[in-house]
Each structure stands twice: as structure tokens, then as C-alpha cells.
Design a binder for this molecule. Structure first.
Ligand code: C5P
Length: 299
């Protein structure tokens, strides 16, 4: 018997970063949006093991260091049982790309293990366990479009009308999330910028409610973008090319280095992806739509 869970990537439509907290995290105003790039995680009975397959999986730890294994152990602890599960991850979400691929796999592992072990775990409890594994893990269960406060783990669903069309410019190599947050702190200190308390953007929330892609494109924002650009200056060219080729908006996704561009419709997204490909400003271009549901069992 095995259980397969499909889980989406995310892009942050707004990532407001507050001051560094005593526990090493930052308070966030984090508008998450789940998009149609998916990993699949299959759980089967056996000694704890993680295997990974996919086109670009360099740097993904197999075995107990994988975040999916941590998630399985966290659920097993909660249930007071052994984490005896073989997890297989089929990866399509870019690795270390700012699209929460590792967090998605952890969320999928929680759901798959709960089903495999026939444990009746309430959704709220799964969200709490997910938050113990990582700040972005609860959203991968939640899906849709949501506001994340605190570390990003305190979620509220946001109204989002219609479908948005995205182009993702994937970069060579990843960026480490802690390194990007640290660079954000360093830049703020160097330029004596007070890290104010972040606020939700009313323009962004209104654009989501209205399903207005043009207004959403103008309202996208990421406080981690200067840090990602400082660590990976070549992303400046990628973002400039997206603007030049008519994206409604563009930004670094989360801690990067993936860049996300908003298009008016599916045709515009395909044209934009082709133009960016031609300009040679990314390792690969993929199109996707959002919002999509969070992690769910396929079989
Ligand atoms: O929660 P997670 O383990 O995914 O976070 C990884 C790292 O990202 C943290 O150790 C911290 O350096 C940084 N982070 C942060 N503030 C947040 C979320 C993550 O500084 N709200």
C-alpha cells in the first residue's frame, strides 16, 4: 500500500520583513500564492528513507536530512509511533529557488504519512506540526492565496478572484534562505535603515479581490529583493528584461533566486516566456497559474 500526495509551489506576492527577533526569525507580512508547479510525494511502509527523482535535483538531501523526513518524524512523535515510512519525492519545483519546494515536500509528507498510518489528525493539528518543521510548511497544506503573519505560519485565507498567469525565470544554483535574511539585516544596518513594522498593502489586497492582474502587477513587493540582488547581481538583468518585455509586474520570489513575472493571460505568459528565453537571462522559463489548492492526496 502507498499514498501519493501532490503539492504546489508558492510565490510571495508581498513579503514585508520586520526587524530581527530574539529567536533569529523576522516577523513577516507574507502574502502567499500557490501556483501550478507541483512535487509529488509517495509514502510506503518500510524503514525511514527518502529518495528523490527529477530533472534538476542537485543539492536535495536524500535520507534523514530531507525536510520530508523531519516532517515524518514530527508526526510520528506526535502520534507516539515509529516513523517507519519510505518517502519518494518526484520534484518539479525548483530546488532552493524561493518557491518553497522543500517546505512543500514536508507538507506532502505530513499528509501522506497521516493517511498511510491511518491516523485521524485534524487539519488544525497538521498545520501546527507543519509550523514546527518550517515557517513555509503550513501554507503548502493551506494553498490558495493567504496572508501569513508571525514567521509566516499564522495563516488567513485571502479572497482572490479568477486566475493569474505567471512566468518563472529559474536561475542556475540556489540561494540559502537564512543567508538572504542575514543579507537583508546587513544591508539595513549598513544603510542605517530602520526595519519598520510591515503592513499589508491595501492596493495588493484590492487587486486580488477584484482579480485585476494589472493592479496586482503594480502592487507586488518583496523586502528580501535587495538582499537577493546583492547576493546574486545577475538577477537585476532578469528583472529588467521582464519589465522590458511587458510583464505586468516582476519580482524575486521569496528569498530567490527564481524571478516571477505576472502576465495578462495565458497567451501573454507564453510570449513573455519565449522573449525571456531568447534574451538568455535565465536557466529555464516555466509558466504556471495561481491560485491552486494546497497539498492533497492523489491515491
Ligand atoms: O522556518 P525555516 O526553517 O524555513 O526558516 C529558515 C531560516 O529563514 C530561519 O532560520 C531564518 O534564518 C530565516 N527566517 C527568518 N524569518 C522568518 C522565516 C525564516 O529570518 N519569518
Amino acid at each position: 500500500m502507498s499514498v501519493t500526495v501532490k503539492v504546489p509551489a508558492k510565490v510571495n506576492l508581498q513579503l514585508g520583513v520586520g526587524p530581527l527577533r530574539d529567536d533569529g526569525y523576522h516577523d513577516l507580512v507574507n502574502v502567499f500564492h500557490a501556483v501550478s508547479l507541483f512535487d509529488e510525494v509517495t509514502a510506503a511502509h518500510g524503514p525511514l528513507a527518502v529518495t528523490v527523482a527529477g530533472a534538476s535535483i542537485e543539492g536535495v538531501p536524500a535520507g534523514p536530512d530531507n525536510l520530508a523526513a523531519r516532517a515524518a518524524r514530527r508526526l510520528a512523535d506526535h502520534l507516539g509511533r515509529e516513523a517507519d515510512v519510505r518517502l519518494h519525492i518526484d520534484k518539479a519545483i525548483p530546488v532552493a529557488g524561493g518557491m518553497a519546494g522543500g517546505s512543500a515536500d514536508a507538507a506532502a509528507a505530513l499528509l501522506a504519512c497521516a493517511r498511510l498510518w491511518e491516523a485521524d489528525v485534524p487539519f488544525e493539528t497538521l498545520l501546527d506540526l507543519a509550523a514546527d518543521v518550517g515557517s513555509d510548511v503550513p501554507f503548502a497544506l493551506f494553498g490558495g492565496t493567504a496572508l501569513g503573519l508571525g514567521r509566516g505560519e499564522r495563516l488567513t485565507a485571502l479572497p482572490c478572484e479568477g486566475e493569474f498567469h505567471w512566468v518563472f525565470a529559474l536561475a542556475d544554483g540556489g540561494l540559502s534562505t537564512p543567508a538572504v535574511f542575514a543579507e537583508c539585516d546587513r544591508l539595513r544596518a549598513a544603510f542605517e535603515q530602520e526595519a519598520g513594522w510591515p503592513h499589508e498593502s491595501p492596493e495588493l489586497l484590492a487587486a486580488l479581490t477584484a482579480g485585476d492582474a494589472k493592479a496586482l502587477g503594480a502592487a507586488l513587493g518583496n523586502d528580501l529583493q535587495p538582499a537577493a540582488l546583492s547576493l546574486r547581481p545577475s538577477l537585476g538583468r532578469t528583472l529588467a528584461a521582464g519589465r522590458e518585455f511587458g510583464a505586468l509586474g516582476g519580482l524575486v520570489s521569496g528569498s530567490g533566486p527564481t524571478c516571477a513575472f505576472l502576465a495578462a493571460d495565458a497567451g501573454h505568459a507564453a510570449e513573455l516566456a519565449a522573449a525571456l528565453d531568447e534574451a538568455d537571462v535565465a536557466r529555464a522559463l516555466v509558466t504556471a497559474t495561481g491560485p491552486v489548492p494546497g497539498a492533497h492526496v492523489l491515491s
